[in-house]
Design a binder for this molecule. Sequence first.
Ligand code: FEO
Length: 175
Amino acid sequence: MISDTMRMRMNQQINRELYSAYLYLSLSAHAERVNLKGTAAWFMAKHAEEMTHALKMYRYLLDQDAQVELAAVDAPPVSPDGVMAMFEGTLTHEREVTAAINDLVDLALSEKDHATNIFLQWFVTEQIEEEATVNDIIGRLQLFGDKGQGLLMIDNELGTAAKTMGQAQAPEAGA
Ligand code: FEO
């Protein structure tokens, strides 16, 4: 059993995760159109990960006998020109998601909602990893360049990394 406030806020977070998936799908399409196949694959894998995040929360609400209320997902902005801008936008977005997850943890703690607090810890850890990964990519773009040979190398690395990233799937009941 979770509070009405928590149910509402978790539903908002599902929407935020679905927006993240939509944003990365848009960036994947943009990258593919400018022939950055590895970058496109990486953003497509991020899309799949974000769908998994939304579905984890969806499953949690159902397991808590709480209503899932899906709302309209905003359209992502027109994808920026340049691979650096794409990753800087990604980092800004993930920092906003981190802040939203932290706010949810604050709410769980204030409500003494131990179950939701434990559930959210996975997301707290995930956000550390997500921000670190994008920071690393930005650092490599700064070091090796976001054009020519440097970009080609990083695009290849992102294509390889995409192969090890998860696929979207609905977690099973109780997962
Ligand atoms: Fe689901 Fe990238 O936060």
